[in-house]
Ligand binder design. Structure first.
Ligand SMILES: [Zn+2]
Length: 261
């Protein structure tokens, strides 16, 4: 009974719907999430040196700019910072606050601009759909439900800033945890639309995920972390291609034809 009451109170302040109609519980403000994302990005930038390869930097920046440049509405207001990290692990991420990181190792797997567009599109969808906010909100709700109620209800409560501060400091906990399967699927499908809108052939996403499956081994990259089988992912993408192709054709007709590689 108490749990239901808590959820009801939390939902008043935090229940929303994703672009694919999935019910979302987000209780952090966008400003808080942006600050946490920026703090995590600063932390990661201290841990890993940037790539000094001008060509790699130009390629990644070009693809990322094409993706973020095709965002619409309030999402188009964000100024995105793109950084290439000298790290051979094939990985990439995007964080609230407009931060994109791509490891040089990813370029061994994402071998065309469309394949890189598929990864960055996927990561940017995590940000614009507020997936980190959901994850942090679930964490707070599960660990400190009662405290969270008073915090959410009153942003002037001293605990509010304290909690945000804690999450910002514990960036690995707050922002870099793996996403859930539903969020991964959402990032895949909406990421396909986004790459197509940016002028990248959405069919290239299939080759990318096949390359990733072959690369395998070691620590799973963000976009493989909690996903079901590669087969399921590729089948879901193939079913979405008929929706993404018209977006791609329209992008080309409007002159959005990136030449990054
Ligand atoms: Zn993902």
């Amino acid at each position: 009974m108490l749990a239901i009451a808590i959820l009801a109170i939390l939902c008043i302040s935090g229940c929303q719907t994703s672009a694919l109609g999935r019910s979302q519980f987000k209780m952090m403000s966008e400003t808080d999430m942006d600050q946490m994302g920026a703090a995590a990005f600063t932390e990661l930038s201290k841990q890993t040196p940037p790539s000094r390869d001008a060509r790699e930097n130009a390629m990644v920046t070009c693809v990322a700019n094409a993706i973020t440049g095709s965002l619409v509405g309030s999402n188009s207001n964000t100024r995105w910072e793109v950084r290439v990290f000298a790290d051979e692990t094939p990985n990439a991420f995007a964080l609230p606050g407009g931060k994109i990181g791509v490891n040089t190792g990813l370029l061994q797997v994402a071998r065309t601009q469309g394949q890189l567009g598929a990864v960055i599109g996927h990561e940017v969808v995590h940000v614009i759909e507020g997936h980190a906010n959901e994850r942090v909100s679930a964490e707070i709700a599960s660990q400190t439900a009662l405290q969270a109620v008073s915090v959410v209800a009153d942003a002037s409560n001293p605990m509010y800033g304290q909690m945000v501060g804690l999450l910002g400091a514990g960036v690995q906990v707050g922002v870099m945890l793996p996403f859930g399967r539903k969020q991964e699927r959402e990032a895949d499908l909406l990421g396909l639309d986004l790459m197509a809108t940016a002028g990248f052939d959405p069919r290239e996403s299939i080759a990318l995920w096949q390359n990733m499956a072959k690369a395998g081994g070691g620590q799973p990259p963000e976009f493989l972390s909690t996903h079901p089988s590669h087969g399921t992912r590729i089948r879901d993408l193939e079913q979405r291609i008929p929706i993404a192709m018209p977006l791609y054709e329209e992008a080309k007709a409007q002159g959005r034809r990136p030449r990054c590689f």
